[in-house]
Design a protein around this ligand. Structure first.
Ligand SMILES: COc1ccc(N2C[C@H](O)c3cc(S(N)(=O)=O)sc3S2(=O)=O)cc1
Ligand SMILES: [Zn+2]
Length: 262
């Protein structure tokens, strides 16, 4: 099948031809219209809690659509908030960016895009036996989204990712990150978030994600984003840089958008 991507001929506007779920009614990302977000009291009651381990030698790979760090963490736990009684476990994290820092995030806030967006992907280990199985169910995955703002201080944890990118320039290449990575450091200090039911933002666009998008961005530098854009979408010689890999907002439809000001 023709490879999907982000160009006019294989991008978000034509995904539904190859991946029917992409045309569904609970697709992601969405524009977060802050005026319709409802602060839901029982979200405040059940605090969203997370516990991650620090890991070294995590594998980072060039997927052809960006970089992805495989971080299966049996010891990690994400629970509470919109996740009911189930426990979700970290599986991987990756991010989305744009050609310039004026764009790049997948979710937007009142029409405003950020320079990028980090996704920490978790799966429901209470109900399902594997990640692949979880991805077939409406409550199978939980993804934490964190916006990137461009500033002067480089993000030390992101720098650990950036420092490996020269080794995975081409699609299919992977390497181990020597540094110790603690996923907690990717999260902003303010833990207020929006949450809604959505999907994977790339094909196959399974409608299996409980989205939790933090309100407060973290800061990265322009140089760090420039390094992301040096990854190649191809597996060799030809150079087609991954300069943008974000899907534009999809209709919220009649989905509830809830907020929690932790
Ligand atoms: C067939 O089931 C599948 C289930 C999951 C996946 N994945 C690859 C996707 O690119 C993808 C996109 C994610 S995002 N941008 O956080 O919404 S998370 C994720 S994935 O690693 O889970 C592939 C097939
Ligand atoms: Zn993503």
């Amino acid at each position: 099948a023709a490879e999907w991507g982000y160009s006019p001929t294989n991008g978000p506007d034509v995904w539904a031809r190859l991946f029917p779920q992409a045309g569904g009614a609970r697709q992601s990302p969405v524009d977060i219209c802050t005026s319709i977000a409802s602060s839901d009291s029982n979200l405040e009651m059940k605090k969203l809690t997370f516990a991650y381990e620090s890991q070294s030698d995590l594998r980072i790979l060039n997927t052809g659509h960006g970089w992805k760090v495989e971080a299966p963490q049996s010891g990690s736990r994400l629970e509470g908030g919109p996740l009911g009684e189930d426990i979700y476990q970290l599986e991987q994290f990756h991010c989305h960016w744009g050609e310039t820092s004026a764009e790049g995030s997948e979710h937007t806030v009142d029409g405003r895009a950020y320079a990028g967006e980090l996704h920490l992907v978790h799966w429901n280990t209470t109900k399902y036996q594997s990640f692949a199985e979880a991805a077939q169910h409406p409550d199978g995955l939980a993804v934490l989204g964190v916006f990137f703002d461009v500033g002067n201080e480089s993000n030390d944890e992101i720098e650990k990712i950036v420092s490996t990118l020269s080794e995975i320039k081409f699609k299919g290449q992977f390497t181990d990150i020597p540094d110790v990575i603690d996923p907690t450091t990717f999260l902003p200090s303010g833990l207020g978030y929006w949450t809604y039911l959505g999907s994977l933002t790339t094909p196959p666009c399974n409608e299996c994600v409980i989205w939790i998008v933090y309100k407060e961005p973290i800061t990265v530098t322009e140089e760090q984003l420039v390094q992301f854009r040096c990854l190649s979408a191809c597996s060799g010689e030809a150079e087609e840089f991954i300069v943008k890999n974000y899907r534009p907002p999809q209709p919220l439809g009649n989905r509830a958008l809830r907020e929690c000001n932790a």
